[in-house]
Design a protein around this ligand. Structure first.
Ligand SMILES: Cc1ncc(C[n+]2csc(CCOP(=O)(O)OP(=O)(O)O)c2C)c(N)n1
Ligand SMILES: [Mg+2]
Length: 456
């Protein structure tokens, strides 16, 4: 493990190794400069990633109530289960049944089909905006499956798979994304900012990082009530630079509530490389400064992600308090449909990613065990695509933001106050008078002045 900080440098933390040593500086002083890290590969470079620092089986699986400082190697190394040959090995193998594995695979494949079709829709002008989660399906699916429905989840926009695991129907996801009259958040959110109360999943937040302190607060409430539920939240590598990350983990460290905090290190925060988000070698290592366990895991290894979540959940339920998990993965697509990554990274950078593709890796594992086949995979893929296409058509039959068949703007006055204060009541009346002047034929405000219940 000793060499892993340098071995691992191409993923994060190269910059410090290039700083001159104190002795050299004394003999041959250079002007002091501001150290500004950059990305390891820029357009035109030939990308080269070092292999991951640990092999499956290298890291032990300690008791879930182990003191945080016994987990140092788990914070700087990498917990893995699936090897390059597709076989599972080591103490972190969660020993899932073939049925559980196939169900996880199906969920990841459904998330991928949804992703592909949503990008297509956005390109055709049928969806205003989209953020791809391609390549990060294991983070979302294996990340959510081990939780009980009484646990509350705060995912980021990059984890629609979490919503699928928690039972949000595709139709509801799409009605929300195109903001039609069945959008369960009434057009108050950007596309993909799912909210699913029935599945105990809190609304995705556009201002990045707000979910972390909220999750710690929810876990503190569980602890106050003596309830054995857990709160879990996910943010990205770039978001871990927000004050919210440090505020949240400090509260977690002081009050030790049952919460699990995740940093999904997909290497990039729009055009900012993760080396510009931390001066250290691993995001998981930050946990040590807060006297908490940090676990770093291969985020494209379904089995490893599942096992790490189980470990942290058990620790939280046994009263051991919070865990910080870093999921090392790669953002395969642009940050969003408004981004052009060829401006800041080589177009083929992802091809050399040592973590491969999470769906392919689980598929190969299942085939190896005699529990799956290439034919079964193809036919499931086709069936899921049909399911997604049918849900999209169904959602569009209820209209969309573009067609004007959304919620009435007057619903902006709903759901905050039991009794609307006078100044808002006046604003509502004013809005109704103003917008009624535009009717009929105003496709943006079609329901104004009509019965608000009919619109909702
Ligand atoms: C508080 C705040 N600052 C900036 C933004 C703009 N923004 C949206 S996503 C993003 C990058 C986040 O990167 P990361 O946390 O690594 O997550 P990823 O997109 O890679 O999943 C930024 C800067 C925002 N939404 N909220
Ligand atoms: Mg990122």
């Amino acid at each position: 493990m000793d060499g892993c900080m340098t071995n691992y440098s191409p993923l994060v933390g190269t910059a410090r190794s290039s700083l001159r040593s104190a002795e050299t500086d004394l003999k041959d002083p250079l002007p002091l400069v501001l150290h500004v890290p950059t990305a390891p590969h820029r357009p035109g470079d030939s990308p080269r990633f070092e292999p991951f620092p640990d092999q499956p089986g290298d890291l032990p699986k300690p008791d879930t109530l182990s003191p945080f400082d016994l987990l140092h190697n788990h914070a700087i190394g990498m917990i893995r289960v699936l090897g390059a040959d597709g076989a599972a090995a080591g103490p972190w193998d969660p020993q899932l049944s073939p049925q559980q594995l196939r169900s996880g695979l199906e969920m990841m494949m459904r998330a991928r089909c949804l992703d592909v079709r949503m990008i297509g829709m956005q390109r055709q002008g049928r969806l205003s905006f989209y953020l791809s989660s391609k390549g990060e399906e294991a983070v979302a699916v294996a990340g959510a499956m081990p939780y009980s429905t009484r646990d509350i989840l705060f995912p980021s926009y990059r984890q629609p798979g979490t919503l699928l695991v928690r039972g949000m129907p595709l139709l509801a996801m799409m009605c929300h994304s195109i903001s039609n009259r069945h959008d369960n958040v009434k057009g108050r959110q950007m596309p993909l900012h799912y909210s699913w109360k029935a599945g105990n999943v809190v609304s995705i937040s556009s201002p990045v990082g707000t979910q972390l302190p909220q999750a710690v607060g929810a876990a503190m409430a569980f602890a106050c009530r003596g309830e054995r539920s857990v709160a879990a939240a996910w943010i990205g590598d770039g978001t871990s630079s927000q004050g919210d990350f440090h505020h949240a983990i400090n509260f977690a460290s002081v009050f030790l509530p049952p919460c699990i905090l995740h940093v999904v290190n997909n290497q990039w925060a729009i055009s900012t490389h993760c080396q510009q988000a931390t001066g250290g070698t691993a995001f998981a290592l930050r946990a040590e400064a807060y006297s908490l366990p940090g676990l770093r895991v291969d985020g494209n290894d379904f089995l490893a992600v599942f096992a790490v979540e189980q470990w942290a959940i058990e620790r939280a339920r046994r009263g051991g308090g919070p865990t910080l998990i870093e999921l090392v993965t790669y953002r395969r697509e642009a940050h969003s449909t408004s981004d052009d990554p060829t401006q800041y990274r080589p177009a083929d950078e992802g091809n050399g990613w040592p973590g491969g593709d999470p769906i392919d890796r689980l598929k190969i594992h299942l085939i190896q065990r005699g529990e799956w086949s290439e034919e079964a995979h193809q036919s499931l893929d086709a069936a899921l695509d049909q399911e997604v296409v049918a849900s999209l058509a169904h959602a569009e039959s209820f209209g969309s933001l573009a067609s004007g068949l959304g919620h009435s703007p007057s619903t902006m006055f709903d759901d905050v106050y039991t009794n609307l204060p006078d100044h808002l009541r006046n604003q509502l009346r004013e809005m109704q008078i103003e917008t009624a002047k535009d009717e009929p034929g105003n496709s943006i405000l079609p329901f104004v002045g009509k019965d608000r219940r009919a619109a909702g």
